[in-house]
Design a protein around this ligand. Sequence first.
Ligand code: ADP
Ligand code: ARG
Length: 346
Amino acid sequence: MTEKYPDSLKGSKSLLAKYLTPEMFEELKDKKTSNGFTLSDAINSGVQNPDSGIGVYAGDEESYEVFAPLFDKIIEDYHGFTKNDKHISNLNPNDLDALNPDSNGEYILSTRIRVGRNVADIPLGTAILKDQRQKIEKDVSKVLISFSGSLAGKYYPLNNMSEADSQSLIAEHFLFKAGDRFLEAAGLNKDWPNARGIFHNDDKTFLVWINEEDELRIISMQAGGDIKEVFTRLTTAIAEIQKSVKFAYDEHLGFITSCPTNLGTALRASVHIKLPKLGENMDEFKSIADKHNVQIRGIHGEHSDSEGGVYDISNKRRLGVSEVECVQDMYDGVVALIKREKELSL
Ligand code: ADP
Ligand code: ARG
């Protein structure tokens, strides 16, 4: 147990550093959840990586109560969501008003929507035991390989995959990368690569990551900008998986995830989109993105850079807004960005 307020937080701009005062540290430092998850476990990623944006991870649902003074502040800052707010889920694609924002295919290369899910009544990946992790892999992959029709596919365990295959899946944006330092310090890479893997259908339009940052990441993706088709496939897949797997869900916090940025819907809807002109005007690009609650990432996932003027644009809010609203945020942001890119190209 860390006895002393961590020095590395002193110059850090993370939300952890912003809200963990020395007084709060004293108040929380000896607390633990029934799975034995401590404050030092929760903050280690941000302590080891002072360049974190957030810096904390939960070990289980209880972490959000036991360490509430810290988590509540971070949740409020990131999502604008407070104790009195209510989270409501809406996975009905008919409620989504999002025609392809780029019907001529000039800007959007691909669309992807993912949700994070964790299995109810066991710890999150940060505090999970090896046999629990293995059981998830076994149970979930069994469910997935039983799917038929357009969701039918195969499960590829990481510990049985050649380096060349994993590298090409990563380069094509289908598979998670190994060795993320934020996940490493959060304890999420323990016993890697065992019990990790990816399920996908033949077209690689429906994919499930097993035991990465969350126990499940359910993904729908395809080339082009048909957001509604991608969302419809995702919601169908979630409903199918949910028939056999019970997910951790809380009335207030929605779907429980290891990182507080993913709570609520745990949904990130993104496009890979060509915006070279805006890319030369980053201040304006960021201000349009902020106004529309969208985030700008590079094209090889979080903490990567843009290449050739292509960016990953996605919804920022996930809690206190429904899944339909998350996708709508991304859609509205993309429409505004395309409009400005066109003006800058005249
Ligand atoms: P997450 O989606 O789980 O938040 P990342 O930002 O690390 O995590 O992205 C995971 C992978 O998904 C990366 O390979 C990234 O390039 C890919 N990806 C994200 N959005 C899209 C998209 N719209 N089209 C194609 N690939 C995408
Ligand atoms: N822990 C990392 C940070 O604080 C990532 C936070 C958000 N992203 C995520 N994949 N959970 O910068």
